[in-house]
Design a protein. Structure first.
Lengths: 196, 306
């Protein structure tokens, strides 16, 4: 995936150290690197693109302000997600809970070969089902899916046990699979090299 | 394991696209699970590619611009409203699910919130604001157990033995310190599994204290008071919270607690063998409580998937 390109831990530590020393371009590079995945995750949490952008921006600004307190070499991605999650929690508390399905501009064109396995209708069902998940489950599931965070990292960010993080992802997957299974066609064998 | 359990295990995997051992063996030979698994892999892959609202990119561009032109983070950053540099933008092609049209972007007002700097350390961005009212309302059963326990310990401590009245600043009682600390942790816990972990530690502390004073307690009254609290934590607190857990989580969390109780039972029995009779009796009662706790938790684990 493109968002993983250039994710070198050593390189990242250097950027953080430079940013802490006042190198603004280094921090801008970090923002550029993590914006997309944070924005996507926040979209699924807030169900609103504009709110997600505002929260992403707030997250990076808060992280910038607190950068001196970040220990270079530790998990910057998890740190960002934690700040973002707290922003989301605060935002959700101040704004009245608004259950709106995520508004997506569906493309007219057909998608690439990988997505072609999942019909547009199934994708639509999935998006709607995700947006209706309880927020705790949605948060953990999308951290795993979008942030590619481990259960341990999710647990640290949400201040829960690893077992609880696993449970939330499990429960979210179970709910979604129950809804989606009738719409799914089994994936072809060759796309699934690691599976039996 | 049956198909139902296998699927539950797969759903709880961190990397479900990679199966090994018993899971792989079952799926390979069970056509129903194989079909289900292929669908699940397809679903799992789709999860990271869900379409999201197209962003006009102004907020990100504004933020990057602000960072590049601002002072280093140690100093205050004046964050004024930022106007977009160019009204016309080319929306980059959104990989796969979106077409790549050239559109006339409608710049929406960009809000860049003023940022208080330098950072107030008490305003840690990695900490959400806690709503104590909500926490109290949500977790009152556990809080009740903790509060009862704390009051019990304080009362017990004030009544026990011929202890000299401590003069401030006297050394703190380690048990009381630990119980207060765990009580705070219990109040902060957000899920049943977290509360169970804290309650298990509370039980351990009480069990340890009983064993520590077994030889010194002349009458056995202190031991009995501790045993009463231990019983409350194990058979009321833990069991009630354990029932809140479901499926895989129940199994994963409770197995560890059962192991801890087993160890506590053995320790209590061992200490009882060397303690005076009045203390040994209480320790055997505590061991029986630990055993009863194991039995009830085992029962709950068995019921997890029924």
């Amino acid at each position: 995936m493109t968002r993983d390109a250039g994710r070198l831990p050593g390189d990242e530590t250097g950027l953080i150290v430079n940013a802490q020393a006042g190198d603004r371009e280094a921090y801008a590079t970090l923002v550029d690197r993590y914006w997309e995945r944070l924005y996507r995750w926040l979209c699924h949490l807030t169900r609103d693109g504009h709110t997600a952008e505002d929260l992403a921006q707030e997250t990076f600004l808060k992280a910038y302000a607190a950068l001196a307190s970040f220990r270079a070499g530790s998990n910057f991605r998890a740190w960002l997600f934690r700040i973002a999650h707290n922003n989301f929690v605060n935002q959700r508390r101040s704004a009245r809970h608004n259950v709106q399905p995520l508004s997506v501009d569906w493309p007219e064109d057909d998608a690439g070969p990988e997505e072609a396995a999942l019909s547009r209708e199934a994708m639509r069902t999935l998006v709607e089902a995700v947006s209706r998940l309880p927020v705790d489950f949605r948060t953990a599931l999308m951290m795993r899916a979008e942030g590619e965070l481990s259960f341990k990292e999710i647990a640290e960010i949400l201040e829960i046990t690893e077992e609880t993080a696993r449970w939330r992802v499990f429960k979210a997957r179970q709910k979604l699979m129950n809804i989606l299974e009738p719409d799914l066609q089994p994936a072809p064998r060759e796309t699934n090299r690691n599976s039996p | 394991m049956n198909c139902h359990q296998i699927r539950h295990r797969i759903l709880a995997l961190e990397q479900p696209s990679v199966l090994s051992g018993e899971l792989a063996g079952h799926v390979k030979h069970c056509s129903s699970c194989l079909t289900w698994y292929r669908k699940f892999v397809q679903f799992d892959r789709a999860m990271s590619r869900l379409p999201i609202p197209e962003s006009d990119g102004f907020v990100k561009a504004g933020l990057l611009e602000k960072i590049r032109t601002s002072e280093p983070p140690i100093k205050e950053i004046p964050l004024a409203r930022l106007e977009p540099a160019a009204p016309r933008v080319v929306v980059p092609p959104k990989a796969k699910l979106s077409p790549a049209p050239v559109v006339e972007a409608k710049p929406r007002p960009i809000k860049i919130a003023p940022l208080p700097m330098p950072v107030n350390l008490e305003d840690d961005p990695t900490r959400p604001r806690r709503s104590l009212g909500k926490l109290a309302a949500r977790f009152w059963p556990a809080s009740l157990v903790a509060a009862t326990l704390l009051v019990g310990v304080i009362t017990w401590m004030s009544l026990r033995g011929n202890r000299p009245v401590p003069t401030p600043p006297g050394p703190a009682d380690p048990l009381l310190d630990q119980l207060v600390k765990l009580n705070v942790e219990l109040a902060k816990s957000q899920s049943a599994s977290e509360r169970i972990v804290v309650l298990a530690r509370l039980a351990d502390e009480l069990n340890q204290e009983m064993r520590d004073i077994a030889r010194a307690d002349a009458t056995g009254e202190n031991m009995q008071a501790l045993e009463g609290m231990y019983k409350k934590v194990v058979l009321t607190g833990l069991i009630v919270q354990a029932k809140e857990l479901r499926g895989v989580e129940r199994e994963l969390v409770l197995k560890k607690i059962v192991e801890g109780l087993k160890q506590a039972e053995q320790n209590a029995q061992q200490t009882a063998a060397q303690a005076p009779e009045h203390s040994a009796r209480v320790l055997r009662d505590a061991a029986a409580v630990a055993k009863e706790g194991q039995k009830r938790l085992d029962q709950l684990i068995r019921e997890a998937f029924t």
